[in-house]
Design a protein around this ligand. Structure first.
Ligand SMILES: [Zn+2]
Length: 103
């Protein structure tokens, strides 16, 4: 599935109390369709203060999908490395070596 046109939607105001997102209708059609849904989803996340990168806490750029969690690939990778390291620490602990029926 092709990604959305990066210049068709923009965030006018990031303030959660007064967030504003604008979009351009599809060329020659005047049809707002998916872009309106995309704008509303971003607007909801701006209102909930979740339109931020989960790693670096920067505001996410407007061209990302509405369900994006990280601002760029490097943030996603660093978060994955940290999760993996935490998981391997638990796997090596005494707690993980016990049989599952002993709490
Ligand atoms: Zn980031």
């Amino acid at each position: 599935m092709p990604e959305p046109d990066p210049h068709s939607l923009w965030i006018d105001d990031h303030d959660p109390q007064n967030a504003r997102v604008s979009w351009q209708a599809y060329f020659w059609t005047g049809n707002n369709g998916n872009r309106k849904a995309w704008a509303v989803a971003i607007l909801r996340r701006l209102g909930r203060c979740t339109w931020r990168c989960r790693w670096c806490r920067d505001d996410l750029p407007a061209y990302l999908r509405a369900d994006a969690l990280y601002c760029r690939e490097s943030c996603r990778k660093q978060a994955a490395r940290k999760r993996r390291a935490a998981r391997s620490e638990c796997a090596g602990s005494e707690w993980a070596k016990r049989p599952p029926h002993i709490a």
